[in-house]
Design a protein around this ligand. Structure first.
Ligand SMILES: Cc1cc2nc3c(=O)[nH]c(=O)nc-3n(C[C@H](O)[C@H](O)[C@H](O)COP(=O)(O)O)c2cc1C
Length: 291
């Protein structure tokens, strides 16, 4: 369990991309939710929304997703309708609520600290509608993925803390950014409140196989097939820092215990929501009973 500085208690998390821009799910999850809470109970999760950029971003498109045995590869490239769309269609419709009723984390991407400072100012309006904000500089199919340096990332977090929005800040990293981690962890106190973990660059999981998205940089691999790399990264990160880390790549019920033993302080469900949308609810219910 992670208790955030605003009091939000977070044990089970829906990863960015799994439940859309509003946390209510993509059409298939909305259909399943209508079948009843035994299949999909969204109230069990802190929901990290799909990443938004300042302007609408074409990326590579929502169709750039493929299924591999035990997981997925995606090269969506942060396609999204932009922050203005999000404000009009989601953000300003969210009620102002007390902490125990709130459950959404906004996920943002920008390479420019000036834009992040602007986002930070905008977020003052959302301190009673969201429980946190995530900066996602780790999407393997986003432009400039391999150009990020630790100091650029740290400057972005400083920018995000420019205004008094009081929202805890999540730092999403990928196993492909391991070399940046020691420096980020050294300077993270006061800037970063939680770490979470992204998909894995294709070549780290399949070094000898060509990706179906080779023309888009290979894409990011997630799900069971990403566990070995992502859990190694989880162990590495949680040994380096006292800042809580959310454990990724849950596929089977037993994985919850495994990621806890590797240092995870909360549990994240990503691709499993897409491949087996009923599993996260079943696993969480069982875990709550057994704890
Ligand atoms: C289709 C798809 C879209 C995703 N979109 C985002 C995104 O917009 N922002 C983000 O931070 N992560 C995104 N992710 C990454 C997931 O949030 C998660 O970090 C990753 O899939 C690893 O976790 P998993 O193995 O449990 O799926 C996406 C993943 C998939 C499969």
């Amino acid at each position: 369990m992670i208790v955030l500085s605003n009091g939000h208690r977070m044990e089970y998390v829906a990863a960015s991309g799994s439940l859309g821009y509003d946390g209510k799910g993509w059409p298939q999850e909305k259909l399943l939710a209508r079948c009843g809470r035994n299949f999909l109970d969204l109230s069990l999760f802190t929901k990290i929304l799909k990443t938004i950029t300042f302007l609408p971003n074409e990326g590579h498109g929502y169709t750039q997703i493929d299924f591999v045995k035990g997981g997925m590869v995606n090269a969506v490239g942060l396609k999204n309708p932009g922050f203005e769309w999000w404000l009009d269609n989601v953000g300003y419709k969210l009620p102002e609520e007390k902490e125990s009723q709130r459950h959404l984390v906004l996920s943002l991407y920008s390479q420019k600290p000036t834009r992040l400072r602007w986002f930070s100012e905008m977020l003052v309006d959302f301190k009673r509608r969201l429980v946190g904000v995530e900066l996602n500089f780790s999407c393997p199919s986003a432009p400039g993925f391999s150009d990020w340096k630790a100091d650029m990332i740290l400057k972005s977090y400083e920018a995000m803390k420019s205004y008094d929005h009081n929202l805890p800040v999540f730092c999403k990293l990928s196993a492909g950014q391991r070399k940046l981690v020691p420096e980020i962890c050294r300077q993270a106190k006061g800037l970063i409140d939680v770490f979470d973990i992204n998909s894995v660059p294709w070549h780290m999981v399949f070094p000898r196989q060509q990706s179906p998205f080779a023309h888009l940089g290979g894409g990011g691999v997630s799900g069971k097939i990403a566990q070995e790399v992502n859990w190694n990264f989880l162990r590495y990160l949680s040994n380096l820092t006292d800042i809580p880390v959310i454990g990724p790549s849950i596929w089977d019920y037993e994985d919850i215990g495994r990621v806890r033993s590797y240092g995870a302080k909360a549990i994240s469900f990503g691709s499993v929501f897409t491949c087996y949308p009923w599993r996260p609810t079943q696993f969480v219910r069982k875990d709550m009973k057994e704890k």
